[in-house]
Design a protein around this ligand. Structure first.
Ligand code: PHE
Ligand code: ZN
Length: 879
């Protein structure tokens, strides 16, 4: 047990900083055994506060102080106090300069926070509170400062020296060393600071901004990755153009740099002018990266770039406001990806992800509002709720205000707050002021946790030709929030006539009808919407395009769902009807292995044949709800039963639709062989449909299909096709083909860390028996390292999040294994340890004996000595 409890930080306790840092001058001397960091802080008393001089507390962790001076006067040890977290001293004037020198050991930094080494290079990660591991500072986002940074290092090992802003000087030094000085003209909080020193190659391009300024674009990578930069660079240029056109946001420095590093806790980081990326989120070429990776890269490059305005120029006042930058920026990258690719498919993918993972978080012990009220460790709050639900909240504002007023609101927000550190309330206020719409009640989305429920019933009155939709909203209790107030919920609906066409919609009291979708604004606990002049009982299409992050219930008949799947003009709701049918089919199979599934399978058959339906949408409709999503549909989930029923349904679909799937597979594969590889949307869609078909067909293990699969694995010229075939083989019972393929793949890609991540995860995530043994074997592989987050994710993470039947073994062996890994990892990298803990925190969702076995492992972790605050917080909240 830990002896000293970490301190709870509360939003209600927010206070302005006592002191400001106007200028920050940093000098880094980088060596193999240590680094020296000199910081000169030009400070002043916060002019917004009164003039007395309270003690100054600078944040600092794991620093060894070598020297400290105030206004050029060296301080002796009795003139300041040091604790493991702070350096305190008493200023004697309103304006003063602090000089400090600290010694740190980047080469021993396994937490990957602060200054650390990845491969052979030095790099930094400062968000949220990593800067305090670099030097003593006011490490909070509302302290914004102008930075100059000088780095010096051995010239041979580290020919490239980078930091934020513009390079203003550089030169040679003694003993084979060199140095560079960078100046960032924009004030920024310390979390946006970055430096990189390494032996890197760079791909360079240019971009001309709307107003005609020339910007140099550079993507720095290890030399072996120089052929994997094109897509990242293309994505960057598209993002820059899009942000100008869609939001009027121009880039503001003369240079924009991206650096790829192999060891990174998250996806990427938006440091001013110097984004640092996890290699897996920026590097790609067709032979090594799948279409899914291509799309992820496009969206993450855009996300980090968009932060330059939503995050950097306008930043967060405190970390409770994290969703101010993250929710808004995710919303922006989603809009961007939707514009670059298929809109409906993008929405489907995002909603599937949100409903599976964010809804689970919001229903569990870690549930928190989009703007949390308290935390122990801020790193634990980089959550699906802050990011994904936060983006949904912004999306609802967009829906309520409309495109034009939303843009005016965003323009006002950026103009009003440029250079400031602000709050979610400031964002809403700008939206409200620009649109004239009162968003007071809407703000509850920021303070109330939990996924709201909409229960909808309908009634048709043929005499009066009136159709009524009655909507009841509620929200389940979440930790610390037993009672919930009604939210503002935009509910997009359409009504379908007997032929499946959209009816004109006219609400009682309106003089005119409108065609197509219409947004009903639900504001009360219970509300009825009355449509007039409805000549026949319609089929309602509810929550079109998933207009709000809620669970909607309506008692559709199977026939109605089949009808919607066939006819709905809303692509998202066609897919949704299919998903609901699939959930019903799986539940029916769980109750009775001989259940009649003909309605659903027949409807899928029609989807496969439908020549008018977008191929990308077909592939989505054929993708059954994931096991994780299904688990969330039960109060006491039986993972084994869910898995068996889902696989049984897949097999029945494969057997009954074999001919249709086989024809379509062959023609798609044929085109893939004929045309040159392209990452364009229509090619991606074709490959996706081809691979979804293959994954069904392979369940039959018919010889001609196995041959086709092996052929695709061996001869396709791109990773999308090869990896899909490999996945099918790995999950098949074909031992020989599987071993051959895995061995060939490993030989070919042994030196490509990203492809090896895929190789690890396809095995660790497999549902075939013996998963735990497989994972333990994989962890012995020379390319596995528990210090590398990508490897941890692709082995331990894939096992616990994808190989659900193996992780949830009744004897609890999967849980015990995960607990051991967490305890080991917690000593190296607390952020990662807390993240891979997430699956155990859901224990209450599962039936016995899993439930108790999961809880037992949480208790075991709780009892361990010296837990990090990260793991401590998650474990204690979940028990
Ligand atoms: N701010 C980063 C992003 O959203 C995520 C991140 C957080 C990266 C914390 C590292 C550490 O893009
Ligand atoms: Zn972000």
């Amino acid at each position: 047990m830990r002896t000293e409890q970490p301190q709870m930080i509360r939003l209600s306790a927010y206070q302005q900083p006592d002191y400001l840092i106007n200028e920050t001058h940093l000098t880094f001397e980088l060596y193999e055994e240590y680094a020296l960091v000199h910081a000169q802080l030009v400070m002043q008393r916060n002019p917004a506060l009164d003039t007395n001089l309270p003690p100054l507390h600078l944040d600092g962790q794991e620093l060894s102080l070598q020297r400290l001076a105030l206004n050029d006067r060296e301080l002796s040890a009795d003139e300041y106090q040091l604790s493991p977290y702070q350096l305190s001293l008493q200023p004697d004037s309103e304006a003063f300069v602090i000089d400090s020198t600290v010694r740190i050991e980047p080469q021993n930094n396994t937490a990957l926070e602060g200054l650390y080494k990845s491969g052979g290079m030095f790099c930094t990660q400062c968000e949220a509170e990593g800067f305090r591991k670099i030097t003593y500072y006011l490490d909070r986002p509302d302290v914004m400062s102008r930075f100059t940074t000088t780095l010096s290092a051995d010239k041979n090992r580290y020919p490239v020296l980078l930091s934020n802003g513009n390079l203003i000087a550089s030169g040679q030094a003694e003993e084979g060393r060199h140095w560079a000085t960078w100046e960032d003209p924009f004030k920024k909080p310390a979390y946006l600071f970055a430096l990189v020193a390494g032996d890197l190659w760079c791909v360079e391009d240019r971009f001309t901004t709307l107003s005609g300024r020339e910007v140099t674009l550079q993507l720095y990578v290890e030399p072996k990755n120089i052929d994997k930069c094109q897509h990242g660079m293309d994505s960057l240029k598209k993002s820059m153009r899009w942000d100008e056109e869609k939001y009027g946001r121009e880039y503001d420095l003369d240079i924009f740099m991206i650096v790829a590093v192999d060891d990174f806790n998250m996806g990427a980081m938006e440091n001013k002018g110097l984004n640092i990326f996890n290699s897996s989120c920026v590097l790609a070429k067709p032979e090594t990266a799948t279409d899914a990776t291509y799309q992820r890269i496009e969206s993450i490059v855009a996300h980090e770039y968009f932060h330059n305005w939503s995050g950097n120029r306008v930043t967060c006042r405190d970390w409770f406001q994290l969703s101010l930058k993250e929710g808004f920026t995710v919303f922006r990258d989603i809009q961007f990806s939707a514009d670059m690719n298929s809109k409906a498919v993008k929405r489907i993918e995002d909603v599937a992800y949100l409903r599976t993972h964010q809804f689970a978080e919001d229903a569990g012990p870690m549930a928190h509002p989009v703007r949390p009220e308290e935390y122990l460790e801020i790193s634990n709050f980089y959550t699906l709720t802050i990011y994904e639900k936060g983006a949904e909240v912004v999306r609802m504002i967009h829906t309520l205000l409309g495109e034009k007023a939303f843009r005016q609101g965003s323009d006002l927000y950026f103009a009003r707050h440029d250079g400031q550190a602000v709050t979610c309330d400031d964002f809403i206020q700008a939206m409200q002021d620009a649109s004239g719409q009162d968003l007071t009640q809407f703000k509850r989305w920021y303070s109330q946790a939990g996924t709201p429920v909409l229960n909808v019933t309908d009634h048709y009155d043929p005499q009066q030709q009136v159709y009524r939709l009655k909507v009841k909203q509620s929200c389940p209790a979440t930790p610390g929030q037993p009672d919930k107030a009604p939210l503002v919920i935009p509910l997009a609906v359409g009504l379908l006539d007997a032929k499946g066409r959209d009816l004109p919609l006219q609400l009682a009291g309106e003089t005119q009808a409108s065609i197509g979708t219409r947004v009903l604004v639900v504001t009360e606990a219970e509300q009825t919407f009355e449509f007039i002049k409805v000549t026949d009982a319609p089929v309602p299409s509810l929550l079109r395009d998933f207009s709000a992050p809620v669970n909607l219930f309506f008692a559709y008949s199977t026939e109605q769902l089949v009808f919607l799947l066939k006819h709905d003009s809303d692509g998202f709701n066609r897919w949704e009807a299919g998903q609901q049918l699939a959930v019903r089919a799986i539940k029916a199979l769980m109750a009775d292995a001989k259940a009649d599934l003909s309605a659903f399978i027949h409807a899928l058959g029609a989807v496969a044949q439908d020549p008018t339906l977008d191929v990308a949408l077909k592939a989505e409709i054929f993708s059954l709800p994931s096991e994780s999503y299904l688990i969330e549909q039960f109060t006491q989930a039986d993972v084994q039963a869910i898995h068996q029923a889902r696989e049984a349904l897949r097999l029945q679909i494969a057997v009954q639709l074999k001919d249709a799937l086989w024809t379509r597979y062959q023609s798609a594969r044929h085109i893939s062989q004929e045309v040159e590889y392209s990452a364009q949307a229509d090619h991606v869609a074709r490959r996706r449909w081809q691979n979804v078909a293959l994954s069904y067909l392979m369940l039959t293990e018919l010889p001609e299909i196995v041959l086709a699969c092996v052929d695709q694995f061996e001869h396709a010229d791109n990773m999308t096709e090869r990896f899909a075939a490999l996945t099918c083989l790995v999950n098949s019972s074909l031992c020989y083909e599987k071993q051959q393929a895995l061995a060939a793949f490993e030989r070919e890609f042994a030196d490509d860390a990203q492809v090896m991540d895929q190789w690890f995860s396809v095995q660790a995530g497999s549902f075939l028996k013996g998963g735990l043994g497989r994972v333990k074997t994989l962890m012995q592989h020379p390319k596995f390292s528990i210090k590398n987050p990508n490897k941890v994710r692709s082995v331990i993470g894939a096992f616990a999040n994808q190989s659900l039947v193996n992780f949830h073994q009744a004897d609890g062996s999967g849980y015990a294994f995960l607990a051991e890994q967490i305890l080991q990892l917690d000593r190296l990298n607390p952020q990662m340890a807390a993240r891979i803990l997430a699956p155990l925190t859901r224990w209450q969702r599962f039936a016995e004996p899993q439930r108790s076995a999961m809880k037992k492992q949480l208790q075991r972790i709780q009892q361990a000595e010296q837990l990090s605050p990260d793991v401590y917080e998650v474990v204690n909240k979940s028990l």
